[in-house]
Design a protein around this ligand. Structure first.
Ligand code: HEC
Length: 236
């Protein structure tokens, strides 16, 4: 008798856990995935603050080719991504990998996690991002997620030829020959070294929204930044 009860309990346990995994709905999961778009692209090889999730399923943790900012814990984790591992990770990344750089507090609700895992089972295959777009699960814009728009060939007004800093201001000369003063707090200096960034040797100035007086000056390399900026109060 006790053996029968044990068997029934084991069977019940089995069906509950497989039901919990099978239950995930990829369509609902796509909405949960919204929380990941700030940091992850689905386009192959496109790494943002987190690695591209293309081809994630079945891959060893911490091994996306070309992503160089993994925590030691994730790099050395020694497991590959499947539904169960993802469920644990998405519940509480920091309890699974204490030194993780994924600053995401996790998803409490088991159903939401199952839905998200069902979505990742499709989206996390090689080329799966395109598939979930074709199936209408996510908008195409989520493939590149927060990746900046490709800069392309800048117009003369966008091209920065010199930057001087004086007092609390930057004086920025552009390809049309004009020098414009900016309050230093409104200018962000950035380096964008990927191929969608500025062409080699060329810096660009772009509006950064926020009421129209904030700008980013984007350099293709640290060398270009050093070359183009000087401390000088002499007008050109
Ligand atoms: C604030 C940015 C951020 C958010 C939001 C975020 N992640 Fe991450 N994610 C990262 C970073 C950074 C890493 C690398 C972590 C490390 O190395 O410790 C990572 C790693 C991962 C990994 C491991 C990848 C690998 O190659 O082993 C998976 C899987 C993952 N994230 C899935 C998700 C999902 C799904 C969501 C949405 C629920 C999400 N992440 C939300 C930044 C983020």
């Amino acid at each position: 008798m006790s053996r029968i009860v044990f068997c029934l309990a084991a069977l019940a346990g089995l069906s509950v856990s497989s039901a919990a995994l099978a239950d995930g709905n990829a369509g609902r999961g796509a909405q949960v995935y919204r929380a990941c778009v700030a940091c992850h692209a689905l386009e192959p090889g496109l790494h943002l603050s987190g690695p591209s999730l293309d081809g994630l399923m079945g891959r060893m943790a911490g091994e996306a080719v070309g992503f160089v900012r993994y925590s030691t814990g994730l790099k050395d984790a020694g497991f590959s991504w499947n539904a169960a591992a993802l469920d644990g990770w998405l519940k509480d990344p920091a309890s699974m990998i204490p030194d993780t750089y994924m600053t995401f507090r996790g998803i409490e609700d088991p159903q939401a996690r199952a839905d998200l895992v069902a979505f990742l089972e499709i989206a996390g295959q090689p080329g799966g991002g395109k598939k979930v777009v074709d199936e209408g699960l996510i908008p195409a814009g989520w493939l590149r997620a927060g990746a900046p728009e490709p800069i392309g060939e800048p117009s003369p007004e966008m091209r920065v030829t010199a930057v001087r800093h004086c007092g609390d201001s930057y004086f920025i000369t552009t390809g049309d020959g004009r020098e414009t003063p900016y309050w230093e707090k409104n200018i962000r200096l950035k380096i964008d070294s990927v191929e969608t960034g500025p062409p080699a040797g060329t810096a660009v100035i772009l509006g950064a929204g926020m009421g129209g007086d904030r700008f980013s000056v984007i350099f293709p390399s640290l060398a270009a930044l050093k070359n183009l900026i000087a401390e000088s109060c002499e007008a050109r």
